[in-house]
Every structure is written in C-alpha cells, then in structure tokens.
Design a protein around this ligand. Structure first.
Ligand SMILES: O=C(O)/C=C/C(=O)CC(=O)CC(=O)O
Ligand SMILES: [Ca+2]
Ligand SMILES: [Mg+2]
Length: 403
C-alpha cells in the first residue's frame, strides 16, 4: 500500500507505517548497529544515516538506542520522516540497497540500555484472577486498586534480550499445606505477557510528568515477558511485594515500535469508576488496541487484548512521577500482565491453569500448569495500522533451561 522501491508484501508486519527500531549485529561483524526492520530485511540505520550524511547520524553509533531516545520528539520525527523518504524515493535505492540485511541473517540485542524498570498491575481481570488464586478468601480487588495504578520497582539489570535462555531460579518456597519452607529450583515457573513503554526524555526531580505530557517523554512500545516463579513469589511477597520471584529475568522484544506508528491503534480506555484524582485524568484515546498472542512450544495458548487494561500508560507514567521521582533515558515501565475477560485471554499460566488446579491441554494431549525445562514461550503482538492493515510488534522469545 506504500509506494516504495523495495519489494514489500502488502501484508508485511514491518511495512512503511511501522518502522520500529532496534539493535542488531551480523555474523563476522560483532559491532552492534541500529536497525529498522522493513519487510523481510533490516535497514542498517547506522550505515544509512552516515551514507546520507544525516544530521542525526551521530545519535546512531552507540549500538543502543539511548542517544536517539534522549534526543526527543523533534528528532524522533526527523528520523522517521527520513527513513520513509529514503525507502520511497527511487534516487536513494542504489545507495541504500547495500545497507539492507535479510532479517534471517541478523542477531538482535537489547535495543536500549535499561535505566530503571517498573512493573504495574493494570489489568482488572488479571488482578481479580491473581487475587482469587493467591488469596483464596479474596473475591474483590484490593481497596486501593481503582484509585491508583499499583506497581513496584523491578530489577533493570536483569532485563534481557529476546532469545536469552531463562535459567530456572532457585529459592525458598512453602506450599500452603507444608509445615516449613524448603529450598530448591522453582516448581511453579511462569510467564507474564506484558506491554512495555520506553522512556526517552528525562524529567527533573521534583516535577512529575502529567498525563498530557506523555508523548514528550515516551518513545515507544515493546513486548515484555515478566518471568515469575510463583512458589518463590507466594512465600516472599508479603508485606513488601515481589522480590526474587520476579527479578531473575525479564525478557523484552527487540524492536521498539515508536508511538507515531500506533496512531491507528489508539482507543478509549475502559470507563473508570470512581473518577480518579485530577493528576490521573486524561482526555482522548489513551488506550492501545494491541492483540497479544502467547505460544508455548509453537502452540497458541492465549490471545490477551491490551485494550482491556484498566489503567493506561499515561496514567501509569503520571503516577510513577507524581511524588517528584525523576525519569531517566532508558527507563522501562511495563503494563502488568495483560489478561482479558475470557479464559483464552489470560496472560499467565498461573491463570490458564488456575494456580495449577486445572492443567490446560496442548494439542497432542500434553498438559501444562507451569513451565518445564526446555519449554519455549513466544509472545507476539499486532496493532491496527492504516486502512485495515496490521502493524507487527515483533515477538519476545525465551526457553527455560534447568537451574
Ligand atoms: O496479586 C498478586 O499477589 C500478584 C500479582 C502478580 O504477580 C502480578 C504482577 O507481577 C503484576 C502484573 O504483572 O500484573
Ligand atoms: Ca508482572
Ligand atoms: Mg521480572
């Protein structure tokens, strides 16, 4: 649907309306470069910017997106417009063709150096399910849940690139029926399918970022798998919240989709009752109609709808800075597990197997409650693009290896 000198399939997830950014290398040349997937290739943006003597070329030589993230919305727009121009105007074809690498030949890496990492808890369906499973006497949301987007600060240093093997964590756990805790490898290793937001422009301590200023700070969106050891988590988490049950690995997808590519995905968030405090109010469409898919060993096990999240990303950002906490370039905040109202829209195995009490079936007759060694989980997502097209968010992949 776009005019381009490239050979692009009409239904490619990486068309000219998408143009996400990531870091990659190729065999024999380990230096990391910034790339933009288009069709079945990756444009080496580091080389293309140098080739065309673009003013922003120096922002693309660090092997991570951080300098570009820090440059802010004006530069983000310039880069996006330049890439579109390069890929549409035939006069660039000969100069840029050498900088297009087949996607199958690249190794992707963490796209940005993660500064701080925050994880929220913004799906009402997930919060209700998790409450019922972890706290069987609970039938309702916690009393604070509809007043503020609950979150916790996670471990930035263990955010890993898609494809990084996930080592089964060891820790303390105490099944409800057991008298005393025991120590060993987690027996309830799980996933959480989430959407991550990547901060570009920092904010000063003491100021806070209003919901209206979201797009002045946030660069784009990725997919997150917040690996969770449910047995370690259940024993350790009260009263301070998640600690070792979630800090061993958090996987992120390689391509960061800029907010500009998600204009057609914007939808109203669900109605909020009670009306939130002034600093959490928003106007316009602040939700995103992303459809996630979770595959276990190649089998589709769930399709969580992101549009069903109660709290939106601008509200999460406003909340995490309302106390005056500053933002840094590379901060990552994740939505929390994305779970919809239906069984086949649950974003964790905890929910799919209802705490292990209802193992779910895979094609071929196998069943699962939690992850076994060798299991591979792939979370992918698409978003509406212009004219009925779909934009690909890529995927985040990880295989469990014995601890
Ligand atoms: O309800 C609980 O005790 C625990 C919930 C979670 O583990 C979820 C969490 O990490 C936040 C989220 O991903 O929604
Ligand atoms: Ca989580
Ligand atoms: Mg984690």
């Amino acid at each position: 649907m776009n005019v381009t000198w490239l050979d692009l399939a009409d239904d490619t997830p990486f068309g000219l309306d998408n143009l996400p950014y990531g870091a990659f290398s190729v065999a024999g040349a380990p230096a990391r470069r910034i790339g933009v997937p288009v069709g079945d290739r990756v444009l080496d943006l580091t080389a293309a910017a140098a080739e065309t003597a673009a003013a922003f070329a120096p922002l693309l030589t660090a092997g991570v997106l951080n300098p570009l993230l820090a440059a802010g919305p004006g530069t983000w727009r310039d880069v996006r417009e330049s890439v579109r121009e390069w890929l549409t105007e035939p006069r660039y074809a000969d100069r840029l063709r050498p900088h297009l690498v087949p996607l199958t030949e690249v190794t992707t890496h963490l796209a940005f150096e993660v500064a701080d990492y925050v994880d929220f808890y913004s799906s009402e369906h997930h919060a209700l399910n998790a409450g019922k499973i972890f706290r069987p006497d609970t039938t309702e949301l916690p009393p604070n849940w509809k007043h503020l987007p609950i979150g916790y600060h996670g471990r930035a240093g263990t955010v890993v690139a898609s494809g990084t093997p996930v080592v089964r964590p060891h820790g303390q756990r105490k099944p409800r029926a057991a008298e005393a805790p025991s120590f060993g490898p987690s027996q309830r290793l799980d996933i959480e399918a989430e959407v991550g937001f990547v901060v570009g422009v920092p904010s000063a301590a003491g100021t806070g970022v209003s919901t209206a200023d979201f797009a002045d700070h946030v660069f784009g969106v990725c997919l997150v798998n917040d690996w969770s050891a449910r047995d370690i988590q259940a024993w350790e988490y009260q009263p301070l919240g998640p600690f070792l049950g979630k800090s061993f690995a958090t996987s992120v997808s390689p391509w960061i989709v800029p907010l500009a590519a998600l204009e057609h995905a914007r939808v109203d968030g669900p109605p909020q009752d009670p009306e939130p405090f002034e600093y959490l109010r928003t106007a316009g469409k602040q939700g995103l109609d992303l459809t996630l898919e979770i595959r276990l060993n190649g089998h589709l096990v769930s399709s969580p709808p992101f549009a069903s999240q109660y709290w939106t990303a601008p509200q999460q950002l406003a909340h995490m800075t309302v106390n005056g906490a500053s933002l840094r370039t590379g901060d990552l905040f994740a939505s929390g597990t994305v779970t919809g109202p239906e069984r086949e829209q649950r974003g964790s195995f905890l929910e799919l197997s209802w705490g292990g009490r209802e193992p779910f079936e895979l094609p071929g007759g196998e069943t699962r409650s939690f992850l076994e060694d060798g299991d591979e989980v792939v979370i992918s997502a698409t978003a509406p693009g212009p004219g009925g097209t779909r934009i690909g968010m890529g995927e985040v992949r990880g295989t469990v290896v014995p601890g």
